[in-house]
Design a protein around this ligand. Structure first.
Ligand code: F6P
Length: 298
């Protein structure tokens, strides 16, 4: 059997763990080739043979050893056709795609063109509707909370108000989860939350209750946090700082939960291979792995 695998979109902690577990779990007659840089690797027929020694020392690290990326060319008719041709020329029996929302659309497109696919939800954003959790999300929120705690310590030492911007693209889940976990003062996870009156009121209440460093969690792409910090500082006459947690939350090592999910995803992939099940998206519901039949979805 010959399997292709690729990691697509923003990399996510746990992708390397999947690569390692997969290569360790297949039988000796199975060859795995890894396309470099997501769908772009398919278009350019740029691949390496995945070998255990290549991934064995990086399963505990974030990122993707086979590179991940977003391919604009794959969205074009010509690019898609090149990718299809290369899958056929390589005689792949199965293509395993690890990625988020955009990659999921690509996976469905390939299935519609008779390619056998297994999709695994891997993104820190948690933006796949069919799955309550994606691989990488737990690691990302843990990384945010760890950074937040450190920032809070210095803010407390100076009695400052502070804003922390987190990732998530269109999905508010990282912001919402970190807001709860850090017991922050105010959450800006959607446009409607950008209400200065409400923001000032929450901070006033927190200050009255003795909070020494009120905090605001902000989802990215909603507001310029540095300007908002200035407004808050002018209103309260209290030093206010803003910081973006940034790529630390994406490049972090996989959390315990994500390592276990990576392992469980591979167990399910192997079950699918043994039972000749494909054209499915794997997901997580109630901490359990499930399969969504994508043929019905087309
Ligand atoms: O999709 C993951 C993600 O980290 C988003 O949260 C963020 O908006 C985006 O990728 C950043 O992308 P780039 O790596 O292109 O800056």
């Amino acid at each position: 059997m010959k399997i292709g695998i690729l990691t697509s979109g923003g990399d996510a902690p746990g992708m390397n763990a999947i690569l390692y577990k997969l290569i360790s779990s297949v039988d000796n007659d199975t060859k795995i080739i890894a396309f470099i840089n997501g769908y772009q690797g398919l278009i350019e027929n740029n691949f390496i043979v995945l070998e255990k020694k290549l991934v064995m020392n990086c399963s505990h690290l974030g990122g993707s050893i086979i590179k991940s990326g977003r391919s604009e060319e794959f969205k074009t008719k010509q690019g898609f056709k090149k990718a299809l041709t290369n899958i056929i020329l390589n005689k792949l029996n199965l293509l395993i795609i690890l990625g988020g929302d955009g990659s999921f659309k690509g996976a469905k497109e390939l299935i519609a063109n008779d390619i056998k696919v297994i999709f695994v939800p891997c993104t820190i954003d948690n933006d796949l509707e069919y799955s309550t959790q994606t691989l990488g999300f737990d690691s990302a929120v843990n990384a945010v909370v760890e950074s937040f705690d450190k920032i809070k310590q210095t803010m407390l030492s100076n009695n400052r108000i502070f804003l922390c911007e987190v990732m998530g693209r269109h999905c508010p889940d990282i912001a919402k989860t970190c807001f709860k976990a850090t017991d922050s003062t105010y959450l800006i996870s959607k446009k409607q939350d950008l209400n200065l009156k409400k923001i000032y009121k929450s901070i006033s209440i927190a200050l009255e209750k003795g909070e020494e460093a009120p905090s605001i969690i902000v989802k990215e792409n909603l507001v310029n946090i540095y300007n908002l910090a200035k407004d808050i500082q002018n209103y309260f006459d209290i030093e206010t700082r803003a910081c973006q947690i940034g790529y630390i939350q994406r490049g972090t090592q996989p959390s315990v939960f994500d390592r276990i999910y990576a392992r469980d995803f591979v167990i399910e992939i192997i079950n699918c291979i043994k039972q000749n099940i494909n054209n499915v998206a794997l997901g997580i519901k109630n901490n359990e792995i499930f399969k969504l039949n994508l043929r019905n979805d087309l």
